[in-house]
Design a protein around this ligand. Structure first.
Ligand SMILES: Nc1ncnc2c1ncn2[C@@H]1O[C@H](COP(=O)(O)OP(=O)(O)O)[C@@H](O)[C@H]1O
Ligand SMILES: [Mg+2]
Length: 337
């Protein structure tokens, strides 16, 4: 697709195709320097305008790596990501991001830990305005007005502008992070475990705030959490990740009512504890080894119904050719229904 090419009537906002990301392990006491972590292995999915797409999966499944590839924190090794903005399509690669610096203002990433992402030496005004001033989106006074408006929108008092992060609670800091992310009017907001570090009592407030902001400002969300109950509350569709792959995706109700992949079934069978925490899935067999990933379906070593087909090199890609993102196992389940 050409740079900024017109795309007619496309409601897709983000299209991710076959994205792969490997991290080279540093040479050291335990690593030779040649070993790699296979963090993402051919992930494809898309987000529609105004949609909330939830990504769920246990720790280490690749959720943050995927988000960071989209948000330009990492570059991916293979695959492509296309972002559709105002009728034009942009490839999210280094060259196109350089040609269109505003692309990175349209995709904003909100971190789990606001304490770490808000500079304690800066005032809230500086925190909110520095990015858009640097990008030359607004003058100083325009940026200050926008910051004041957004602070109010996230439920913070107007005098917060002159204060510093240490003056605020965890929930308030997350509100400030959200206001900062909205300064450049993003079309896609990536929320990576944004409520995971918060008290359960505050989580609901922030989730409701996100829903309200989404309606008011019209952005789409990629909402990541390891807690299935949180993801299902806020999302329109959910993608389930395991071992750097998207195992299954579907509308929330559809996925809950009819999970097809054994990993999704296992995930759903794990009852949250009293605090709403998602319990780590157990299953039988070895946990996923990202340095030596199994050939074929990454869940096969733990899967109760895996057979030799699932361990073939193209176990996922063979089906991808006919129906995207369905592994052989999913296909078998569908055929048997
Ligand atoms: N900067 C990094 N260097 C090396 N390995 C990494 C790095 N970031 C993530 N990983 C590895 O990539 C895999 C996916 O991690 P991550 O995307 O953080 O998962 P999640 O967000 O689902 O918990 C894990 O095996 C993790 O150890
Ligand atoms: Mg993560």
């Amino acid at each position: 697709m050409a740079d900024g090419q017109k795309s007619s009537e496309c409601r897709e906002l983000l299209k991710v195709r076959d994205v792969t990301k490997r991290f080279r392990l540093e040479a050291g006491l335990f690593a030779s320097g040649k070993k790699q972590v296979f963090a993402l292995n051919g992930v494809s999915f898309s987000v529609a305008e105004g949609e909330t797409y939830g990504l769920v999966g246990e720790s280490g499944s690749g959720k943050s790596t995927l988000a960071k590839c989209i948000a330009d924190v990492y570059s991916c090794d293979e695959g492509e990501m296309i972002f559709f903005s105002r009728g034009a399509a942009f490839r999210l690669d280094a060259a196109e991001r350089k040609r269109h610096p505003l692309l990175n203002q349209k995709i904003k990433y909100v971190f789990q830990d606001p304490a770490a992402s808000l500079d304690p030496r800066m005032t809230v005004e500086e925190i909110l305005t520095i990015g858009v001033r640097y990008a030359k989106l607004y003058s100083r006074s325009q940026a200050r007005d926008k910051a004041a408006f957004l602070l109010e929108a996230v439920g913070m008092a107007a005098d917060s502008l002159k204060r510093r992060p240490a003056d605020f609670s965890g929930g308030q800091r997350q509100r400030i992070s959200l206001a900062r992310a909205l300064m450049s009017d993003p079309e896609l907001l990536i929320c990576d475990e944004v409520v995971s570090a918060l008290d359960v009592s505050i989580r609901g407030q922030i989730l409701n705030l996100l829903n309200r902001l989404k309606k008011e400002f019209g952005f789409a969300m990629l909402f990541i959490a390891h807690d299935l109950s949180v993801v299902s509350y806020i999302s329109d569709r959910i993608g389930v990740m395991y071992g750097g792959r998207l195992m299954e995706e579907g509308a929330v109700r559809e996925l809950f009512d009819r999970p097809l992949h054994p990993y999704t079934q296992l995930l759903l069978s794990c009852v949250p504890d009293a605090g709403g925490e998602f319990l780590r899935t157990s299953g039988s067999g070895e946990p996923f080894d990202a340095v030596n990933p199994p050939i074929g379906c990454p869940f096969a070593p733990r899967c109760p119904i895996a057979d030799s087909e699932c361990r073939k090199k193209d176990a996922l890609s063979a089906v991808r050719a006919t129906k995207e993102r369905l592994c052989l196992c999913l296909k078998r389940n569908q055929l048997s229904k």
